[in-house]
Design a protein. Structure first.
Length: 424
């Protein structure tokens, strides 16, 4: 039987931002964790984003769930245990498919998560941690997400983290026409934010990044201006909207820094939106007069107000995801039929031959060669006819019979039969 999938993690559903930023693991620790969990025959994959950290593992052993949980808490501290959730088997598959389709995201339908899951998959493949069943599960999840995108309005109707931030900025300034934007960071989220802000009417875009070449590249894309990272304070005087998306382990915009620019700004309102985890903006900044600072948890409140408009699309997407999970389970069952059928026929043949040899040895008169052939053919025919219907059913694996292989293995006492609690 294919080994079950286990997932252990935390997300914005279970942990506040100060907990999530503690579990955002650097690349070397992610690699170490995958190497520990992906010892053959096990496979492992780690999704690590600002809003979720999840460890997916496929492998043998009834203690796989506990080993996965122990590995994840060990990477960041046992005090995180109360925030963790876990799923096993088909529940874990459904969870993954929903994550990939952006049905579990902070912003329902946001497109970034699928790219992040694909990046995690590519990393696991490079490390040799996703090879067989785990690779098949994720390939099926990507196909499911693609179907959701093409057959529902979820992606088109969704509000991304970046556009949610723009909506908040619009509210603060009663429109963004003519406003100056400072992007701190030059990654994908910064680019998306810049494009949304320009579409909303922003007149000028400044880009500050520790790597100046990346700032120049993004500024060129947005027709803006790159500025050295050490001149950020000057840019804070000019900017109306600041969007932070760096991967800095410490805040890059502090209360002290913002306090110094308030006077030269002549107390114009300053809107800061922090899309980074760990946070780029010190929480104390929001206490300053005329400063409006929001982090990713604050954005969730804006997103919640928009859920009704996407409810119908999400409902349709949930149906499609359920269909794709069922499809994957059926396909996995088909793969599992081969060893079950082989074991079943081998067991039947072993019994037939053993009983035939015992019967012949008890005869008082030896059988002739022709008589032996007749008896051989008769016993083979009995076995084949007895197994015909079970074989046909196992090969067909009709909808709703995904557990048929397990049932057959248990019924006939085969090696693949699932063990009951307490069995050795």
């Amino acid at each position: 039987m294919s080994p079950p999938l286990v997932v252990v993690g935390l997300s914005h559903h279970t942990a506040p931002i100060d907990v999530r930023e503690r579990l955002l693991l650097p690349d070397d620790r992610q690699t170490d964790l995958l190497h520990v969990m992906a010892q053959a025959p096990s496979e492992a994959l780690l999704i690590s984003t600002c809003n979720r950290v999840e460890l997916y593992v496929v492998g043998p052993g009834t203690d796989l769930h506990e080993r996965t949980r122990t590995a994840l808490t060990g990477a960041a501290g046992n005090d995180l245990a109360p925030y963790l959730y876990s799923h096993q088997g088909e529940a874990a598959v459904l969870h993954l498919f929903r994550v990939a389709a952006s049905l579990d995201s902070m912003v329902l339908g946001e497109p970034q998560i699928l790219g992040q899951v694909k990046d995690a998959f590519e990393q696991a493949q490079r490390l040799g941690a996703a090879r067989g069943e785990l690779a098949r599960i994720f390939a099926a999840a990507f196909g499911s997400a693609k179907r959701v995108r093409s057959e529902t309005e979820l992606g088109r109707a969704a509000t991304s983290m970046a556009s949610a931030a723009v909506e908040m900025a619009r509210h603060i300034f009663d429109g963004l026409d003519g406003k100056t934007v400072l992007l701190v960071g030059a990654g994908e989220m910064a680019e998306l934010s810049g494009k949304h802000l320009i579409s909303a009417g922003a007149a000028k875009v400044l880009v500050a990044n520790r790597t100046f070449e990346r700032a120049e590249a993004l500024a060129a894309t947005l027709r803006g201006q790159a500025v050295p990272f050490d001149r950020m304070e000057e840019c804070l005087v000019l900017a109306d909207v600041v969007v932070c998306t760096t991967a800095s382990p410490r805040p890059v915009i502090t209360k002290e820094k913002v306090s110094r620019v308030l006077k030269p700004r002549k107390h114009r309102p300053l809107f800061l939106v922090d899309l980074a985890v760990p946070r780029d903006v010190e929480p104390e900044v929001q206490r300053l007069d005329g400063v409006y600072a929001f982090d990713v948890d604050d954005i969730q409140k804006v997103v919640a107000e928009n859920q009704a408009a996407r409810a119908a699309a999400a409902g349709r997407a949930e149906v499609l995801v359920a269909e794709e999970v069922a499809r994957y389970i059926r396909q996995r069952a088909v793969r599992d039929q081969v060893p079950v059928l082989a074991q079943l026929r081998a067991r039947a043949e072993q019994i037939r031959r053993s009983e035939l040899e015992r019967a012949i040895s008890n005869l008082s008169v030896p059988l002739s060669a022709d008589q032996a052939k007749v008896i051989e053919a008769m016993t083979s025919a009995i076995v084949n006819k007895m197994l015909h219907q079970p074989t046909a059913k196992l090969r067909a694996v009709q909808a709703g019979e995904s557990e048929l292989a397990d049932a057959a293995a248990e019924l006939f006492g085969l090696d693949g039969a699932p063990r009951k609690a307490g069995e050795g």
